[in-house]
Design a protein around this ligand. Structure first.
Ligand code: PBG
Length: 328
């Protein structure tokens, strides 16, 4: 044989050919943009470790929602920075809490009709100690209490849904929270509000910049007694199975880039809508390389996003959502 019979390069010659046989696609509607809402007016404060990401007061957040709708994004994921924090995370379920204000204001806009408004449900942004549940301390010892945290999480979810959240997204990793939240929502006549469960959430170093953005770093200890060990994929499958059994409508995998195999395993096993969260540290490390001129911004932004889709995610929560939509 003098010539190769099969030439893979034939189909790579032109962009129309490449486009025709492209296996994985990404659309703006598959991107969810996270927002950090803070008190005040006219506040747009850049987060040091996350260039291009801001703490936004409600009025500024509305501008972001408008832009997100114009870009055709799938939705927003809202996080709140309360006025003050305490042991019981009072700010999380306060009728006039920062998230509740933001959701009510946003829901009243035309942009909200084109977006899915997701509300993160967790206590860590609202507790003085920065843990995702209730803390019981005795001397130097402490315990993040599971069952007493459930009532607070459920109360928070109801309050956010009442304020206008289209989807509630618990990220705390307490056992039984999906069922507790579902019960409370249904009892309140909110049976149509879906739950996006952060079912597979690993204890990750890549949440570092988020904790600066949300001022939610634990004041003592770490989150390893509730978030998963990064070495485990079977455990992640059990977490997902349990959350689906408790009534989760969709699952969220997190982080994304270091856990693509877990996303793939979940895709092969569960026929439910699945998102993946490209978290703050994944964003920050790419931004740091862009700032130094070490990576080509546009291509190095799109490649991981396609990778996350290829691994099996239906949608992606990413701080690059607006930038990626502009490219698309
Ligand atoms: C709240 C929460 C965190 C993130 C999403 N929800 C922080 C954490 O668990 O410490 C991280 C998101 C990111 O890093 O972008 N529990």
């Amino acid at each position: 044989m003098d010539f190769p019979l099969i030439r893979m390069r034939r189909m790579r010659r032109t962009e129309p050919l490449r486009s025709l046989v492209r296996e994985t696609r990404l659309e703006p509607g598959q991107l969810i943009y996270p927002l950090f809402i803070c008190p005040g007016e006219g506040v747009r404060k850049e987060i040091g470790s996350m260039p291009g990401v801001f703490n936004l007061s409600v009025d500024e957040a509305l501008k972001e929602a408008e832009e997100a709708a114009q870009l055709g994004l799938g939705g927003l994921l809202l996080f709140g920075l309360p006025e003050s924090k305490d042991e019981e995370a009072t700010g999380a379920w306060d009728e006039n809490g920062i998230m509740q204000q933001a959701l009510r204001a946003m829901k009243a806009t035309a942009a909200a009709k084109k977006l899915v408004l997701m509300a993160d449900v967790c206590l860590c942004e609202y507790t003085s100690h920065g843990h995702c549940g209730v803390v019981r301390k005795s001397g130097e010892e402490y315990e993040i209490e599971n069952d007493s945290s459930l009532a607070l999480l459920a109360k928070t979810a109801v309050s956010l849904a009442r304020a206008g959240a289209d989807v509630v997204a618990p990220s705390d990793m307490m056992d039984g929270r999906v069922e507790a939240i579902r019960d409370e929502l249904d009892a309140d006549g909110l049976e149509q509000v879906p739950i996006l469960s952060y079912a597979s959430k690993f204890a990750s170093a890549f949440y570092g910049p988020f904790r600066e953005a949300a001022d939610s770093a634990p004041q003592f200890g770490d989150r390893r007694s509730y978030q998963m060990d990064g070495a485990n994929v079977r455990e992640a499958m059990r977490e997902i199975e349990l959350d689906l059994g408790e009534g989760a409508d969709m699952i969220l995998m997190k982080p994304a880039m270091p856990y693509l195999d877990v996303i793939r395993a979940a895709r092969d096993r569960f026929d439910v809508p699945m998102g993946a969260y490209q978290v703050s540290g994944e964003y920050s490390m790419l931004q740091a390389a862009f700032q130094r001129g070490w990576l080509e911004p546009q291509r190095a932004m799109m490649e991981p996003l396609i990778g996350i889709r290829r691994a099996g995610a239906d949608f992606i929560v990413t701080y690059f959502a607006k930038d990626a939509a502009k490219v698309l």
